[in-house]
Write a protein that binds this ligand. Structure first.
Ligand SMILES: Cc1cc2nc3c(=O)[nH]c(=O)nc-3n(C[C@H](O)[C@H](O)[C@H](O)COP(=O)(O)OP(=O)(O)OC[C@H]3O[C@@H](n4cnc5c(N)ncnc54)[C@H](O)[C@@H]3O)c2cc1C
Length: 302
């Protein structure tokens, strides 16, 4: 089931078919704040009111036109302005294929640098999301070039990949701030652990490496077992709760987000908005087949 959804997340034909149904477009609001920046601002204001910080994500990926990558840069500059103007507690997350990685690495570097530089002026932070395994090396190269100049830029590591432990060790050596997630793409057994138990074991192993390093990291998961293991390890090593943060996705496990905040942990929610929600939305369906029943129920009602 998961593989089918991940395959469909890259299919333009299936997207055209589904988006013909208005009721399908309506249910995307479960995971996407809306199409306009103002929708994301509103969602983040609400989260901030609950003691939860956020990360804006302007949805977009696999952009191959140089002009369109510039539009993305401008949108992120607008987001940073608006965080500053509205006093929101939020940083931004970007995908490098949104900023020209598939066009040229230099273009991507220059585009991302503009965003990181603007964020620095506002004392804000830019997280570079990680995409499928074919993009990891170029993404890390762009990240390392930026990290050599800026401290307000971080990266994502996916625990489902065999290579991640080595990447984490190298990145910690650079003082990098890492968001650890399990990984959301369809990857072959050649590069990624096929079994959930192995992904989970690697997640816990990498979490321990992160928590015992000097930098501030994000533990991004909705998995109660991963969260419990993180809390247990932090308590055992007397790592203060302000030395790391938990991160979750907009609309997923709100109950757990609020519970962790009540218990004194830091929580950041990733808030996607924009018109290009389809691949993001399909990856969320892939993660939990029960979400598909939610969608179908709403489509039938619509
Ligand atoms: C802040 C944040 C940023 C991320 N950035 C990236 C990135 O840059 N690159 C990348 O590859 N992946 C990214 N991801 C996605 C991540 O890799 C996983 O695909 C996703 O978080 C599901 O894994 P999990 O750790 O929640 O554990 P899972 O084992 O998948 O799920 C554990 C439990 O969480 C709940 N849950 C998980 N997903 C859903 C869902 N979609 N709907 C409802 N309930 C759900 C269910 O209760 C499930 O049983 C990010 C995730 C987060 C939270």
């Amino acid at each position: 089931m998961k593989s089918i959804f991940l395959y469909l997340s890259t299919s333009d034909r299936f997207k055209k078919f589904l988006t013909r149904f208005q009721s399908f477009n309506n249910v995307t609001h479960r995971f996407v704040a809306g199409e306009a920046l103002a929708d994301a601002v509103e969602a983040i204001r609400h989260l901030n009111g609950q003691g939860i910080s956020a990360s804006f994500d302007h949805l977009g990926e696999s952009i191959t036109s140089e002009i369109e990558t510039r539009t993305e840069v401008n949108e992120y500059l607008r987001v940073l302005d608006s965080i500053d103007e509205s006093g929101l507690n939020s940083n931004v997350s970007v995908k490098l294929t949104q900023l020209g990685l598939d066009v040229s690495q230099d273009l991507c570097y220059a585009n991302t640098r503009k965003i990181v530089e603007a964020a620095l002026r506002y004392n804000n932070f830019v997280r570079i999301d990680m995409e499928d395994s074919t993009k990891i090396d170029p993404t890390l190269e762009v990240f390392k070039r930026l990290r050599a100049e800026f401290e307000n830029v971080g990266i994502v590591i996916q625990a489902y990949l065999y290579r991640s432990e080595k990447d984490v060790e190298e990145l910690l050596g650079l003082g990098a701030r890492i968001r650890l997630c399990k990984g959301a793409y369809k990857e072959p057994p050649l590069v990624a652990f096929p079994k959930k138990a192995d992904v989970d074991a690697n997640y816990i192993k990498l979490t321990k490496l992160l928590l015992t390093s000097d930098a501030y990291h994000g533990i991004a998961t909705h998995d109660e077992n991963m969260i419990a293991a993180t809390i247990q390890f932090a308590k055992k090593r007397t790592i203060p709760t302000d030395k790391f943060e938990f991160q979750m996705l907009y609309g997923i496990r709100r109950d757990l987000q609020e519970k962790l905040v009540r218990e004194g942990y830091r929580m950041r929610v990733y808030v996607p908005y924009g018109r290009y929600w389809y691949p993001y939305f399909m990856r969320r369906l892939a993660e939990r087949p029960a979400n598909m029943w939610f969608v179908l129920r709403n489509m039938l009602r619509g």
